[in-house]
Each structure stands twice: as C-alpha cells, then as structure tokens.
Design a protein around this ligand. Structure first.
Ligand code: PLP
Length: 358
C-alpha cells in the first residue's frame, strides 16, 4: 500500500523491517527497545547515535543544541515565545496558512505585540510572500515562519531576511527533505511524524545563546535549557520514537544523505505536478514557484467525483488521499519514505480515472 497521509506518514520499509527484526531482542540485550530504561547504557547509546547521525545529516554547527522532545510541534508554538522573547515584548510572524495561524494565535498568549509581518491570506494561501512584502517591526525578538504549509501545500523558495533578529522555522513537514543551512536559523522545530519517524517525538534545533532566559512562569518542561542541560532526558523521553528516528537517519545516510534525498524528492514532486498541469481534469491552486515538494493538494474538475476517486484509489492500494477538511479536494503527501514508484502509481491511477470518468 502507498500511503499518502500528511502525518503520521509512511516510514521506509527497511526501517520497519529492521525494527521488526530487533523487536524481541535488541542486539543481544534480550529486550525490546521499548522496554529499556532511558538511563541504561544500551538506550543511551541508541540516543547518542541518533543525535550524532542527525547532526551529521543536517551539518548542525557545534553551537546548536539538538533536543528530542515531546508535545508535538503544537507545544513549540508556546515554547518559542516563552524562551525566545528574552525580555522583549514583540515578535514578527509570517502568515502563510493554517499552521502559521496556529503559531500566531498561540504566541499572542505570551507576547503582547505579535506583528504579522506578511500574510498571503488574501490569496487564500496559494503563495508565499515575496521578500519585499515582509514588513519587519524592527524590535522583534525573532521572526517566525512556516517554510512548508502542510495543509495548503505552499512552500518558501527562499529563506527570509530578519534584519538581525533570530529566525525561527516550523519545519514539521520539510525538515530532512533537502539540505539546509542551519546557521541561518536561530531555532528550528519539527514534529517527527512526517520525515523523521513516528509521532510522539519533536525535534528542536536551537542556537545555544538563545536559551536560558525563559519568561516568568515557563513550565519546567517548556524550558529549552532544562532539556539541553539534561541531554533531552530531564524526564522520560519518547524512547521508542527516538530509536525509530535513529533508524530513519541511518536509512537517509545510506541513501547518500540529504543531497541525494533532495534529488529524489524533486523528481517525485515534478512527476505529480506535471501530471496535474498537463490535464484539465486536475488542478493545483498554488503559484508554481511556491509549490510544496512534500504536500500536493489537487482538485478534480467535477467535485461530485471525489468519492469515486478516493474509492478507486483505495482499491488500487493508494490510501489517505482525501484533502484536509479545511480545503477539500485531494492531497498527496509525498515525504521522504514515499518511493518514486508510489508517485508513479498515483499518476497512472489519475490518468486512468480521468480517461474513464473525466
Ligand atoms: N506545524 C506543521 C507545519 C504541521 O504540519 C503540523 C502537523 O501536521 C503541526 C505544526 C502540528 O504538529 P503536531 O501535531 O506535532 O503538534
């Protein structure tokens, strides 16, 4: 089955196979990883190796902490202002869709002046702003944006300038899809359940000088410094999800790292967008320069055929193609673990459906 879910999403088959092989006895320990103490030497080695591999894949500079947390990207909507305001009262946010909006409304609980530096709501979130549209407030503690809007399928083709303040990015649906220059960012966060591993794990990559001054009343569990000082083991981490993420990192390294992954991801996206654009039966509303490599929403010319499309797709082993309830239509999420053959099978099904029903 090719599963086009936006998350939790497909995991590489070889990763699942290895997890199965190691399920009852992890490397002679006689235990499943899920049964291990997070403070035992076996688990500590799994955790440390996963962090080292992630650092290598993303080329994370030494002055950044990599945290393996819980609470999802949604918790980071609060943790970011709690930790990064650092005495300031103003933060800039770019609004490009559903997830930006959630980040903005959560920030308003902690930050008296949330400046929406740019919004593309007037276009129904079918594009990213151009750099000239971004109006920075000048005194913001940070600029927050969502490089890939998972629901609308809109992606930034550039990294915004901040005028000197730290740049914060919700990379939930784009981290590990291609190489990035970490040094351009103050903080990056991502829920794991798309490109990283199973749900339950949240990755935060943060520049060291930004942590250690949380606002008064910040819960201990939301204080990055506490997690950094305790190697993400202040409390019991999401041990099994962390282990599986580590297997995904090995898989990515074996594949040739993020340069190789980016080429494959670009090929998959091009195949699907070309199929949509070359047909008058399917449409994608996003401005071509800002189309996501990861999440491809599309509509049928006749929405009355949506149910038949989904049913036929399921029968062809192509699942979870229904668009998000807020935008309708279809959405194919084609994260790292979706093989090229899966996208090819979807394109073939789309052509056949159009031929017989269109
Ligand atoms: N941000 C983005 C861009 C997302 O795609 C998602 C989930 O789909 C979230 C935030 C919320 O993540 P979580 O469910 O891990 O809180």
């Amino acid at each position: 089955v090719y599963n086009f879910s936006a998350g939790p999403a497909m995991l590489p088959e070889s990763v699942l196979q290895q997890a199965c092989d190691e399920m009852l006895d992890w490397r002679g320990s006689g235990m499943c990883v899920a049964e291990m103490s997070h403070r035992g030497k076996e688990y500590m080695s799994i955790a440390a190796e996963a962090e080292a591999d992630l650092r290598e894949l993303l080329n994370v500079p030494n002055n950044y902490k990599v945290l393996f947390l819980q609470g999802g990207a949604s918790s980071q909507f609060a943790a970011v202002p709690m930790n990064l305001l650092r005495g300031g009262s103003s933060a800039d946010y770019i609004n490009t869709g559903s997830w930006s909006k959630k980040a903005i409304s959560e920030a308003r609980h902690y930050c008296s002046n949330v400046n929406v530096a740019a919004t593309t709501e007037e276009s129904k979130f079918t594009r990213a702003p151009v750099p000239a549209e971004i109006q920075l407030s000048g005194d913001a503690a940070y600029l927050h944006y969502t490089p890939n809007e998972t629901i609308e399928g809109v992606e930034f083709a550039y990294i915004p300038e901040t005028g000197g303040c730290p740049l914060v990015a919700d990379m939930s649906s784009t981290l590990l899809s291609r190489p990035i220059d970490i040094s351009r960012f103050g903080l990056i966060y991502a829920g794991a359940q798309k490109n990283i591993g199973p749900a339950g794990l949240t990755i935060v990559i943060v520049r060291e000088d930004l942590i250690g001054m949380p606002i008064a009343g910040t819960p201990t569990m939301f204080d990055y410094k506490i997690h950094a000082d305790n190697d993400s083991m202040y409390n019991t981490p999401a041990t099994y999800a962390w282990y599986l993420a580590g297997l995904v990192f090995k898989w990515l390294k074996d594949l040739g790292g993020l340069d190789a992954m980016a080429i494959i991801n670009q090929r998959k996206a091009a195949l699907l967008y070309n199929a949509i654009d070359s047909s008058s039966f399917y449409a994608n509303p996003v401005q071509p320069t800002d189309r996501s490599w990861m999440n491809v929403p599309f509509t049928l010319a006749n929405p009355a055929l949506d149910d038949a499309f989904l049913k036929g797709a399921k029968a062809a082993n192509l699942t979870t193609l229904k668009g998000h309830r807020s935008v309708g239509g279809m959405r194919a999420s084609i994260y790292n673990a979706m093989p090229e053959a899966g996208v090819a099978a979807l394109v073939e099904f789309m052509r056949e459906f159009e031929r017989t029903q269109g």
